[in-house]
Design a protein around this ligand. Structure first.
Ligand SMILES: Cc1cc2nc3c(=O)[nH]c(=O)nc-3n(C[C@H](O)[C@H](O)[C@H](O)COP(=O)(O)OP(=O)(O)OC[C@H]3O[C@@H](n4cnc5c(N)ncnc54)[C@H](O)[C@@H]3O)c2cc1C
Length: 404
């Protein structure tokens, strides 16, 4: 049994703390704000079992041209946003080539497939069932050509990964989601995945469970992390081990301890809108680069990737997403005065960083979950907690790969 401090109380940090606590360790979380109020607050709320391949950069010549010219809404960028992370973005592109992407998918698929079985017991113990739906999500296909492509993807995912999906035509979709008011060719119902109507609330419920089980949450700046003899200190807190789970803020911390992390920061936005008859499932409208999730606060429109150091006042992806949402549904005014924004912590090789920080006794890394950290927090938490408790960890996720 050891004293361990976990830096950061997003989905990844709080899940780590719970997994370590379950193995009998004494755990303290260090968080400068409130648990679950940063990236883990702002996502689309999907707990995905179907996302068996990490999110590759679109590399088809037409798609690249669209991105370069600033057309389309999947990826937007500004010169300073791109230049500040050029090396990492270039490597992300290389790793999006078919052979490398397939390699990453072998590990990624194994992680993703465990997501609901890892979240399940935590949701139950945290009493958070009221914010979880186990009815999957719906991916729209507006044209017959898109529908055909989706059929092939669903067949491949079933054969290669055992993922279940239901392909439905426009008529079936209208029965499932009567609030959709346009004709589309059909949809994929990814029926095994779950979704959450209050992602920040789920992290807060997990944090409350951690405290109920005897864990401590200390409000402090993790930037103070330093050694005192063999121990780690932050403020008054002292521990034998420290885990860096600071999401997109992690590279700043690891660099101080000799590990340079080339992260790709994919900014996303969301905003809620009043809606009298919300859909029963989250609706992914990837043709318009948005996910529309029914949340407690209203319909949340969440955008794709933007490579920008600072948020925009009127993000074009959100404006476009709102237009697409208004075509699909009868929606009302925005709930908030301004959109929320945050950055997905993405690694160029598309795999999270989970394990021992090289050359730093008892310092551990746990970050870089990209597009699926809300889903994967409790999965990689188990892997790291096992390793800290004397297990082997997963080779493909080790921080030492960044030193090669
Ligand atoms: C628009 C959008 C949609 C998304 N949709 C989904 C989805 O549907 N499903 C999914 O699985 N994932 C989704 N994601 C990705 C997911 O949200 C992230 O991968 C995940 O939240 C990362 O969690 P984290 O715990 O690593 O980081 P965070 O949630 O950011 O947590 C890091 C914590 O560290 C704290 N911290 C930072 N610096 C300090 C410091 N100096 N001292 C103390 N504390 C500090 C922060 O306050 C924060 O609480 C989406 C992301 C975005 C942006």
């Amino acid at each position: 049994m050891a004293e361990i401090m976990v830096l950061g109380a997003g989905m990844v940090g709080v899940s780590t703390a719970l997994a370590l606590q379950a193995r009998g360790h004494h755990v303290t979380i260090i968080e400068r704000g409130t648990p679950g109020r940063e990236t883990s607050y702002g996502n689309a709320g999907l707990i995905q079992t179907e996302a068996v391949e990490p999110y590759a950069m679109p590399l088809a010549p037409g798609a690249l041209m669209q991105i370069a010219l600033g057309r389309g809404y999947d990826v937007k960028w500004t010169p300073s946003g791109l230049l500040s992370q050029l090396g990492a973005v270039f490597n992300y592109a290389l790793n999006s080539l078919p052979a490398a992407h397939k390699r990453a998918s072998v590990t990624w698929g194994k992680l993703i497939r465990q997501s609901t079985e890892r979240h399940g017991p935590l949701i139950e113990a945290a009493g958070a069932d009221n914010i979880i739906r186990r009815n999957g999500y719906i991916e729209l296909h507006r044209t017959p050509a898109k529908m055909e492509k989706a059929r092939k993807t669903a067949d491949r995912f079933l054969t290669e990964f055992g993922v279940a999906a239901r392909l439905i035509d426009g008529r079936e979709l209208r029965v499932l989601e009567p609030s959709i008011r346009v004709e589309v060719a059909g949809a994929t119902h990814w029926s095994d995945s779950w979704n959450c109507s209050d992602p920040g609330g789920l992290v807060a419920a997990y944090a409350a469970l951690f405290q109920k089980r005897g864990g401590r949450v200390v409000n402090a700046d993790a930037g103070d992390l330093h050694r005192k003899g063999a121990a780690w200190m932050v403020d008054e807190a002292e521990a034998e081990h420290a885990v860096i789970a600071l999401g997109p803020w992690s590279p700043m911390m690891t660099e101080r301890f000799g590990l340079k992390v080339p992260m790709v920061y994919k900014r996303g936005y969301h905003r809620h809108y009043h809606m009298d008859a919300p859909p029963h499932h989250p609706i992914a409208d990837f043709g318009n680069s948005v996910v529309l999730s029914p949340m407690r606060r209203g319909l949340r429109i969440a955008t794709a990737a933007e490579l920008t150091p600072h948020p925009r006042l009127t993000p074009p992806q959100l404006k476009h997403g709102e237009k697409a949402a208004r075509e699909l549904f009868e929606i009302g005014a925005p709930v908030e005065a301004e959109p929320w924004t945050g950055r997905r912590p993405c690694m160029p090789d598309m795999l999270p960083v989970v394990g021992r920080v090289p050359d730093q006794p008892n310092l551990w890394a746990h970050f870089g979950h990209g597009h699926q950290g809300f889903t994967l927090g409790p999965v990689t938490a188990e892997i790291l907690a096992d390793e800290i408790s004397g297990g082997k960890g997963w080779d493909a996720l080790q921080p030492s790969r960044l030193k090669r």
